[in-house]
Ligand binder design. Structure first.
Ligand SMILES: CC(C)(COP(=O)(O)OP(=O)(O)OC[C@H]1O[C@@H](n2cnc3c(N)ncnc32)[C@H](O)[C@@H]1OP(=O)(O)O)[C@@H](O)C(=O)NCCC(=O)NCCS
Length: 139
């Protein structure tokens, strides 16, 4: 998946590849180069319609260690990620298990999204927080 997401020159081909891998993607989406969707549980990633996900963004649906260790016996998290209609995720973001990016919300570049966003709002930072309501296109 990673090689394809890096090499395929058009968003429509990257959307096709993600769908082949089990990610649910609606219509009219733009997927940037090198976007990574969880390879263990890709079917838990749901991207609705007209969503933009920019380059190098990472989407995770699980936190499990494959190593035989203390943590593997006590910690296992598998949760859906939903990115709703019209949302925009900037470049180099990390979206963590269980997060819903709500309708028409925007996430600034480089953000780590650990909780749900609010619809029609700009969010940014690590941890990602609401910055403002979006009434018009930012200049
Ligand atoms: C969020 C963004 C769109 C700017 O929106 P804006 O409405 O012009 O917001 P402003 O620049 O006025 O910033 C508002 C506040 O958010 C902060 N902020 C903006 N972008 C941020 C980011 N990515 N991470 C952390 N904080 C950010 C600013 O520092 C500012 O904070 P302050 O009020 O304390 O000074 C832009 O910074 C961004 O991240 N764009 C994404 C770029 C990208 O990934 N493009 C790929 C193609 S989609």
């Amino acid at each position: 998946m990673s090689t394809g997401m890096f090499m395929l020159p058009f968003s429509c081909l990257r959307v096709w590849l993600l769908r082949c891998c089990g990610v649910k993607i609606g219509k009219g989406c733009y997927i940037g180069f090198n976007v990574f969707c969880d390879t263990n549980f890709p079917e838990l990633v749901e991207i609705q319609n007209h969503v933009t996900i920019s380059h190098n963004t990472l989407i995770f649906t699980h936190t499990i260690t494959p190593c035989k260790s203390y943590l593997s016996t006590i910690y296992r998290q598998i949760k859906k990620v939903k990115i709703r209609n019209g949302a925009l995720v900037g470049a180099n973001c990390t979206i963590l298990p269980g997060v819903t990016i709500r309708e028409n919300s925007m996430v600034g570049a480089g953000s780590v999204v650990s909780s749900d966003t609010q619809p029609h709002c700009l969010h940014a930072g690590n941890p990602c927080k609401k910055i403002k309501q979006l009434h018009s296109i930012p200049k």
